[in-house]
Write a protein that binds this ligand. Structure first.
Ligand code: GLY
Ligand code: MN
Ligand code: MN
Length: 438
């Protein structure tokens, strides 16, 4: 690891400067995520806070970013001290001195000094910008510092008059991806697409869902993406109609469709892909009808992703195509407008067509502003993921029972329209069938 590489910290420094410019005055105090116990003395694999990472690039637990704003902002990192004894057991820690150099801070201090230093740092600041209401322990720590400064006002210092939630501004910044982020997201999408292709080739009647999950993880890991971005859904047959199915234990049977919703996390960025395919390499007529309908809805939705469109437009485009198809397949009754109005289609399509994607799989950023849907802008990344889930029930022809299909791609809004980041992953019927046959 080249600790002194100035390029590595550049995108993160740029974002800190941009944040300081947007906030203007006061002090930013942003902690990373805590470590979490799994059982006994084992912990879940550590995952840093996404906004903290966005502004620092720093991945160790027990760290806090501070920026004192004003004409010449000072960027300060609090982190764990070096500890040779702990490093023998757990591995390398930067410690403040190295971290300051490697991550481009003006100052760095041991996190053990945080309470004492914060009382000095927030004195005379007009505003504290910090997460508010995310963690009661953090809220009470911040108000503790505030009260410590208030207790000293007779010595001539003034206490901040306001605490504002810094996440609103950071989340808004995160919504527009910069070139550094897009480079990583393209690669995360590519690795995830390759994992789906590997899963298609591996699926065959008699294997279990978790065996296919293992193929996905294998492809993620061997490409340096060390974790899935969320728990992989590998859902055969009727399981595909459970939207957040996570059991992944059932046997794949001849004639089943397999729905896989899986994406890797690469350098903290998520990909999120769903593909649905027949485990024996050939769609039945009914499966194909539903599949082609969802694909047509997805293609209409992708076309509706463009700068200036409202966020909801692509959902509306997908829903309209699905409703038309559900009527044609005799699963819904009436005109398109009637079925849209009475929402009877929701029996088969009950979720939204997508969400922002980035450091978090359901990424930060508002969908509405003052009661209006956000307009899409170049640099936004979203998923397009219509589906159709047909449970057995009255009025549902038997040949459709337990068919569940979703097709999900990751799409970047560009100045000209869109770029499908996951375009390398097959989805046309013939291409999917060929990939399953290996
Ligand atoms: N995989 C989570 C989602 O599609 O929203
Ligand atoms: Mn998904
Ligand atoms: Mn998704």
């Amino acid at each position: 690891m080249k600790l002194e590489d100035p390029h590595r910290s550049r995108p993160f420094r740029r974002r800190r400067t941009a944040l300081a410019g947007r906030l203007g005055e006061g002090i930013v105090i942003l902690p990373t995520a805590p470590e979490r116990a799994r059982n006994a003395d084992s912990h879940y694999d550590y995952r840093w806070d996404s906004s903290f990472f966005y502004l620092t690039g720093f991945r160790e637990p027990e760290a806090v970013l501070v920026i004192t704003l004003g004409r010449k902002p000072r960027e300060i990192l609090f982190c764990r001290e070096k500890n040779l004894e702990r490093e023998i057991w757990d591995g390398f820690r930067f410690g403040p001195d190295l971290a300051r150099q490697a991550f481009g801070f003006d100052e760095a201090h041991p996190v053990a000094d945080l309470d004492a230093k914060m009382v000095e740092l927030i004195a005379d600041q007009p505003v504290i910008h910090t997460p508010v209401g995310a963690d009661p322990a953090w809220d009470s720590r911040v108000t503790g510092w505030l009260n410590a400064v208030r207790a000293k006002v007779r010595t001539g210092v003034s206490a901040p008059a306001e605490i504002r939630d810094v996440r609103a501004v950071v989340h808004d910044m995160r919504l527009i991806k910069d070139a550094h982020e897009l480079g990583i997201m393209r690669r995360a999408a590519e690795i995830s697409g390759a994992a789906h292709v590997r899963a298609m080739a591996a699926a065959t009647p008699g294997r279990r869902e978790y065996e296919i999950e293992a193929e996905l993880l294998h492809e993620f890991l061997r490409n340096g993406a060390r974790a899935p971005a969320y728990g992989s859904i590998v859902a055969a047959g009727a399981n595909a109609c459970v939207l957040h199915y996570r059991e992944n234990t059932a046997e794949l049977r001849k004639g089943d469709l397999l729905l896989i919703d899986a994406g890797c996390e690469l350098e903290s960025y998520a990909a999120d892909i769903t593909r649905t395919f027949p485990v024996d390499g050939k769609f039945t007529a009914a499966q194909k009808d539903v599949y082609e309908l969802v694909l047509a809805a997805q293609e209409a939705a992708i076309k509706a992703v463009k700068p200036g469109a409202a966020f909801i437009d692509y959902h509306d485009a997908a829903t309209r195509v699905l409703v038309r198809g559900l009527i044609d397949l005799k699963l819904c009754k009436g005109s398109v407008d009637k079925v849209l109005a009475d929402e009877s289609y929701k029996r088969f399509y009950m979720h939204r067509t997508g969400h922002w994607l980035g450091l978090d799989v359901h990424d930060a950023g508002d969908y509405m502003r003052k009661g209006k849907w956000r307009k899409l802008q170049p640099g936004m990344v979203l998923t397009v993921e219509p589906g159709c889930y047909i449970r057995p029930g009255p009025g549902v022809p038997r040949h459709f029972w337990n068919i569940g299909v979703r097709i999900e791609d990751d799409v970047l809004v560009t100045a000209k329209g869109r770029e499908i980041l996951t375009a390398g992953c097959p989805k046309r019927v013939a291409d999917v069938e060929a990939a399953v046959r290996g």
